[in-house]
Design a protein around this ligand. Structure first.
Ligand SMILES: Nc1ncnc2c1ncn2[C@@H]1O[C@H](COP(=O)(O)OP(=O)(O)O)[C@@H](O)[C@H]1O
Ligand SMILES: [Mg+2]
Length: 242
């Protein structure tokens, strides 16, 4: 469904993403692992048009999206749930969802909101509460819900478990699994290696702007020391370039 090939992104002289290729398919979670500064967030931002790419291609069912404007890419069916969630703290849960529904046909907004509340009943209970008063895990569910309001076919998730209480990490990642199972293609960056591997189907490891390893999560679950070794090397390499 989503095919990212040979993506390049630079910040002035900093060549942050150097030929990254990634894929995401309906009902599957592609997990992207990598040390801090490896280029994971930059890749996600470039895929959804928030960061201009210097080269490569981003195809959704064969249609080239690279160079299209972010709102157009959302309409094509790709939603980003950014690092740090970026919900509107002073607005209510319901208002945050309405903002997520801005690309939806107006007559669909009610049904889409109900679907989000069915998926995350806690959000229904808190619908009139300012979003800033939700727990970290609830805010992450709201961020997922806001993205789901756009009826995405592909969701890009940037570190959804970041900053969550340990008990909440599995709950949030299980909801990512449920989102994928409902037919959406998920491309997820995660720092939490074990919890990410537990729900993922495919894994790509990024170091210094390049994919250094891709494989089935099933295999890596059996021997996650391979992943840790690669991430350890990647972290050292990242420090070396910093
Ligand atoms: N807005 C920016 N301006 C300049 N350099 C940036 C910017 N954002 C990220 N970078 C640099 O690009 C590289 C990749 O960053 P990022 O994609 O955020 O990594 P990751 O998400 O894997 O931690 C890093 O070297 C980082 O310092
Ligand atoms: Mg990042």
């Amino acid at each position: 469904m989503l095919d990212v090939a040979e993506l390049h992104v630079s910040y002035g002289p900093v060549h942050a993403v150097r030929g990254v290729s990634l894929a995401a398919e309906a009902k599957r979670i592609t997990l992207v692992l990598g040390a801090n500064g490896a280029g994971k967030s930059t890749s996600l931002r470039a895929i959804c048009g928030l960061q201009p790419a210097g080269g490569g291609s981003v195809r959704l069912d064969g249609v080239e999206l690279l160079g299209k404007r972010p709102h157009r890419i959302v309409r094509e069916g790709i939603s980003l749930v950014p690092e740090g969630r970026r919900i509107f703290a002073s607005l209510s849960v319901a208002e945050n969802l309405r903002i997520g529904g801005y690309t939806a046909v107006r007559s669909r907004v009610g049904a889409l909101t109900d679907e989000v509340y069915d998926r995350f009943p806690i959000l229904a209970q808190r619908r009139d509460m300012p979003a800033g008063l939700l727990s970290g895990g609830e805010q992450q569910m709201l961020a997922f819900g806001r993205a789901l309001m756009g009826e995405p076919r592909v969701m890009l998730l940037d570190e959804p478990s970041m900053g969550l209480a340990p008990g909440m990490v599995d709950t949030v990642l299980e909801s990512v699994r449920a989102i994928a199972d409902s037919g959406i293609a998920v491309l997820m960056v995660e720092q939490n290696v074990e919890a990410g591997l537990a729900v993922a189907d495919t894994v790509s490891i990024v170091a210094r702007g390049e994919v250094v390893r891709s494989g089935e999560a099933e295999q890596l679950r059996q021997d996650s020391s391979v992943v840790h070794a690669l991430l350890g090397e990647a972290a050292l390499a990242e420090e070396g370039t910093a």
